[in-house]
Design a protein around this ligand. Sequence first.
Ligand SMILES: *Cc1c(COP(=O)(O)O)cnc(C)c1O
Length: 379
Amino acid sequence: MKETNFNTKTVHFQTKEPARNASKAKPIYQTSAFVFSDLDDMESFFEGDKEYLYSRYSNPNTDDLGKGVALLEETDDGVATSSGMSAILAGVLAVAGPGDHIIASDDLYGGTYQLFAVEIPNFGIDVSFVSFQDIAVVKEAFTDKTVLLYTESVTNPLLRVEKLEEVFALAKEKGVKAMIDNTFATPYLLQPATLGADLVVHSATKYIGGHSDVTAGVLVGEQSLIDIAKSKVITLGCNLSPFEAWLACRGLKTLSVRMERQSHNAKRLADALKAHAGVERVFYPEFVSEKGNGAMVSVDLAGHINVEQFFRSLGWVKIAPTLAGVETTVSYPLRTSHRTVPDQLRKELGIGTQLVRISVGIEDENDIIEAFTQAIEKA
Ligand SMILES: *Cc1c(COP(=O)(O)O)cnc(C)c1O
């Protein structure tokens, strides 16, 4: 480099990739493309001998996230995407095309509802929303164009646990695919692919990342479907950036310890709130797995509780329209996640003015209980 001039030196100052011990932490491959020693070397990518060409196609950090979650979900392969939303889109487009029909649960994350109600039909795909609580209702919604059943393993914000075995049995009987949003349960508690799901999707923004510092999604499932989904992600350009993937992977390493503590704390909080006169009803799953029931607790505050005052009285608990971080946070579904869900459907689902959703963190259990009981008492 010494013999070159200033402008050249500025761009090429870095030393060559050294032959060295592997670093203990995974490096961040913050690069848009990969280099080749000659044309034969480049050809080797297209022959499948080299893994990386261009980061929109694939990158070591995003691969780690896709393959890591696939490993935990005990399925073939995965693809990391820019958000939970784009992971859902990639999964749907891997199965359905123009003229096809999807049956989706009527009790979905608000953004997913919006995707299915507004955008997916623009791809020529029809969507019916029905309750998955009664499998006979799902069965009635079939048409001869149906190709996919879509639901969440644990629903938001009322935390219903869907009877997935029935869903998978019906999908099998009818010869259609089943796709599950497993964001709330995480593979720590539940692995839908081991029960019969063809595709499993996560907002990695939530428990997989776990620290509220990354927006990411991941879709995992059987190889043939993931291969199609990967090509959709490449063409739609909804790939995840290497740094975001790296952050999500760092979060993933502590999924077990976080979920264990957070599920424990949530159970304690749910029990305490059930016994509280200022709480009309507690929504907390009876059973998700023998490892725990998850870290989300929703409550209908009693009619006499002033919700505005409750939110103002929470002390160190922050109000945030997200979930799953290590900090306990609280949200108001009516004005956030379910803002876009039509009034009538929202009423039918039971999402009213007194409903509060709590994402329980890793703090001391007694501090969490105290934070909520004192806020209810002040309201
Ligand atoms: C947050 C969330 C999504 C959307 O994920 P983003 O990462 O925000 O795009 C989808 N499903 C569920 C259950 C979620 O909680």
